[in-house]
Design a protein around this ligand. Structure first.
Ligand code: GTP
Ligand code: MG
Length: 230
């Protein structure tokens, strides 16, 4: 008897991700997959960035959470289309769910879709969603050791947002050690220190998003000297 083997969940996911990628390419839509632990400031970042894009770009959001529609309500208040994806316990989003959710949007009427992944620094990095770029979202209050302890995300990311810089002086976060660890894992991805409380640093991240959408920036580029404002 021939036993059928489905090799692994990642293989199935990768096939769905390829289909998502093809659909997005045909529609000219750029997708940013925001990944970071619970409470690092992913939704706050979207609340800051989206208003900076809206006079030039048509934006929509897929909100991933285990439970509640709270983040989708926050994004809905910005006046952009949003779909809440509830995993019901799952710790990451998968491409099949993204494919289904994208059917809710008129992709020809969009430029940029943000995916806010489930708050988790480890599992979401393993799953290709067909996105244009993965963006790691960390904050200074989590500690500077997170890249070294959870390396996959930092290998996979095209950019890194380091949020809550307004709180830096209250923490023992060491920017030099952090950057050294990040560069050991990913020599090229730009790092954007910023604060969603003061707005400092948000403009340069928004400019990177647009440049990548327009093809002026590769998904991963070397960090320009003097980029850091911490
Ligand atoms: N001081 C300060 N607080 C911030 C900043 N960004 C976010 N916060 C706060 O951090 C908390 C979590 O922010 P969220 O944006 O909800 O975080 P999240 O990553 O979307 O959280 P989950 O979706 O639950 O994973 C909130 O109380 C925010 O007000 C910042 O730059 N500075
Ligand atoms: Mg959130």
């Amino acid at each position: 008897m021939e036993i059928k083997v489905l090799h692994n969940i990642l293989e199935v996911n990768d096939r769905a991700a390829d289909e998502v990628r093809a659909t997005l390419a045909a529609a000219g839509v750029t997708v940013f997959n925001l990944i970071g632990g619970p409470g690092t400031g992913k939704t706050s970042l979207l609340e800051q960035v989206i208003p900076r894009l809206l006079d030039r770009r048509r934006v929509a959001v897929l909100e991933g959470d285990i439970a509640t529609t709270r983040d989708a309500e926050r994004i809905g208040a910005l006046g952009v289309p949003v779909v809440q994806l509830l995993t019901g316990g799952g710790c990451h989003l998968e491409a099949v769910l993204i494919a289904k959710a994208l059917e809710e949007f008129d992709l020809d009427a969009l430029d940029i879709v943000f995916v806010e992944n489930v708050g988790n620094i480890a599992c979401p990095a393993e799953f290709d969603l067909g996105e244009t770029a993965k963006v790691a979202v960390l904050s200074v209050t989590e500690g500077d050791d997170k890249p070294a302890k959870y390396p996959l995300l930092f290998h996979e990311m095209s950019a890194l947002v380091l949020g809550k810089t307004d709180l830096l002086s209250l923490t023992d976060f060491d920017p030099e050690r952090f950057e050294r660890d990040v560069r050991g894992l990913n020599p090229k991805a730009p790092i954007f220190p910023l604060s969603c409380r003061t707005g400092e640093g948000v403009d340069s991240f928004a400019q990177w998003l647009e440049a990548l959408h327009e093809g002026r920036e590769p998904a991963v580029r070397p960090r320009a000297d003097g980029d850091s404002s911490w």
